[in-house]
Ligand binder design. Structure first.
Ligand SMILES: [Zn+2]
Length: 162
């Protein structure tokens, strides 16, 4: 169920939206195998209508299940967009989709901002040394000799002559 707000009700004052939505409702597939959204997206928003725009302000919070790009260790991180705000037009090219029940869907707008806030290269710790390599050295098959007969076919033939 998307996050909707009634734009007619907004004419009589701001509306507070508080709750959570499953990550699937935001279609938060991240296109990054190192980052996954774990659990719901919690929102605490105030929506205000000023003429043909909605001013949305508040906090969005979600948990990310990441894999460290340096050491590959899985870890979790809370992503919080505190003091987040957006101006969503009700008219024009970028306008919110308003349904026949006069509710506007804020979900896609919020989704875009969450995707923009995701870390680019998640690391478990800024000091992460990366993968430790125990017993580095013995490269597999490094000193292997090429198999096969030494010398050419012609030298073999030469031997046969004598
Ligand atoms: Zn790491």
């Amino acid at each position: 169920m998307p996050l909707r707000v009634n734009i007619r009700e907004l004419l009589s004052g701001p509306i507070t939206l508080r709750g959570e939505l499953p990550a699937e409702d935001y279609q938060l597939e991240t296109f990054d195998e190192m980052i996954r959204v774990a659990g719901p997206v919690v929102h605490d928003l105030e929506v205000q209508r000023v003429e043909d725009e909605l001013l949305v302000h508040g906090t969005l919070r979600l948990v990310l299940a990441c894999e460290c790009v340096r050491c590959l260790k899985p870890f979790r991180r809370v992503l919080e967009l505190a003091d987040w705000s957006a101006v969503m037009p009700l008219v024009g090219e970028e306008a919110l989709v308003v349904g026949p029940d006069e509710t506007a869907d804020l979900t896609l707008w919020i989704r875009e901002d969450i995707l923009l806030a995701l870390p680019q290269h998640p690391v478990c710790d800024p000091q992460c040394p990366g993968l430790l390599r125990p017993g580095a050295g013995a490269s597999p098959g490094g000193a292997e000799r090429p198999a096969g007969p030494e010398g050419s076919v012609w030298s073999e033939l030469d031997k046969l002559k004598f």
